[in-house]
Design a protein around this ligand. Structure first.
Ligand code: NAD
Ligand code: WQD
Length: 347
């Protein structure tokens, strides 16, 4: 039986994608070292899907263990989420980021090469457009100048994938560049589970709403935007998951194909707050704070290519994203943990 190998499938985007793949009839093997996720998430995915899937606890840098997975299952395609994603942590510990994100991907690609599996869908990021990118970001634009090791690790992997595809025309690689994924599955059973104080806007808002944090810092209000706060292209994680299903189903094409996954619409930080208050009826205390170095005033996607080639388009509204993020927070005040304790360290 042909199966989809999902690395990092216990994480935020991976778990929602596994759920969508299962819903579309795919058989799935999740491979994850659980360094930023938990088995409980996978249990809930299975519960919502009403079906089981395989799970192997392992690290993508462990080539022996990874090789065994290819021997044990007939893998037809790999969807590769596994990696680290904190911009601030990547500045503090760049080697760890290059090890996990670049070294880990290299390890996966070498095993896939040896086993003759050359179909890959890779999680990239809008961050590769860099700090001077004009908006909307179009896939044909070159990589821009990046401000942090996390972003550089994604750009490096994209370059590795391009070199690999040039070296062997059997490779069929789809690079998906996500904009700002937020929200949660509508059941409220799975969602984003950040460790400690969140650095991203959406989980910060929901934790302020839950009164776990006193107020939301608005990181700059004098940008040259509609209301002075930064504007981003927020996308519901279930729409993003559907984008992966369509990418997997898309007729494999030799080489590398790149798609933006966003809504094509920009929403300001201020509008996020007022819209959250409107849909949830919960007040968000705020305070204007220093700008965060490296933050760009405006980022949003040109989504023409994903629409025309994959037939994909985000369907869920901003209100739905915010409702679903809030439902997840309310039902799971400490994420997948039962109390406010630290998760395992990735080392
Ligand atoms: P996440 O941290 O929730 O999920 C990543 C998963 O990978 C976790 O389950 C973690 O345990 C696993 N993992 C990490 N290192 C591993 C390793 N060496 N071996 C095996 N498993 C490992 O993150 P996410 O938000 O779901 O992001 C998934 C992917 O999408 C990442 O590659 C990330 O860089 C990329 N991405 C995320 C965003 C975002 O805003 N969340 C935006 C753009 C791109
Ligand atoms: C959004 C806006 C902040 C927190 C990051 C990564 C990017 C990608 C997605 C992985 C910004 C403002 C935030 C807060 C705020 N990840 N903000 N108060 O920076 O667009 O993208 O996640 O690939 O690489 O950089 O997302 O949610 O951190 O910030 O005012 O407490 O919210 O200044 O304008 P960002 P974010």
């Amino acid at each position: 039986m042909k199966m989809i190998l999902v690395t990092g499938g216990a994480g935020y985007i991976g778990s929602h994608t596994v759920l969508s793949l299962l819903g579309h009839g795919y058989d799935v093997v999740v491979y994850d070292n659980l360094c930023n996720s938990s088995y409980e998430c996978l249990r809930r995915v299975s519960l919502i899907a009403g079906r089981n899937f395989e799970f192997i606890e392992g690290d993508i840098r462990d080539t022996a263990k990874l090789s065994q997975v290819f021997d044990d299952f007939e893998i037809s395609c790999v969807v590769h989420f596994a990696g680290l994603k904190s911009v601030s942590e990547s500045i503090e510990n760049p080697l760890k980021y290059y090890d996990f994100n670049v070294g880990g991907t290299n390890s996966l690609l070498s095993v896939m090469s040896k086993k003759g599996i050359r179909r890959l869908v890779f999680s990239s990021s809008a961050t590769v457009y860099g700090e001077d990118a004009p908006v909307p970001c179009v896939e044909s634009m070159p990589h821009g100048k990046m401000t942090n090791p996390y972003g550089r690790s994604k750009a490096m992997v994209e370059d590795i994938l391009s070199d690999l595809a040039k070296s062997d025309e059997d490779w069929s690689i789809t690079i998906l560049r996500y904009f700002n994924p937020i929200g949660a599955h509508e059941s409220g059973l799975i969602g984003e589970d950040p460790l400690g104080v969140p650095s991203n806007l959406m989980p910060y808002i929901t934790q302020v709403a839950a009164r776990r944090l006193p107020h939301l810092p608005i990181l700059g209000n004098d940008y040259e935007t509609s209301d002075g706060t930064c504007e981003r292209d927020f996308i519901h994680v279930m729409d993003l998951a559907q984008g992966h299903v369509l990418a997997v189903a898309h007729e494999p094409k030799s080489g590398v194909d790149i798609f933006n996954l966003g809504t094509g619409k920009a929403t300001s930080v201020m509008r996020m707050i007022t819209e959250f208050e409107r849909v949830t009826k919960v007040e968000i205390p705020t305070a204007i704070a220093e700008k965060r170095p490296g933050d760009l005033p405006q980022v949003w996607a040109d989504i023409t290519k994903a629409r025309e080639v994959l037939g994909w388009e985000a369907k869920r509204s901003l209100g739905q994203m915010l409702q679903d993020a809030w439902r997840w927070q309310q039902k799971n005040p400490f994420g997948y943990r039962t109390e406010d304790s630290e998760k395992l360290d990735c080392s």
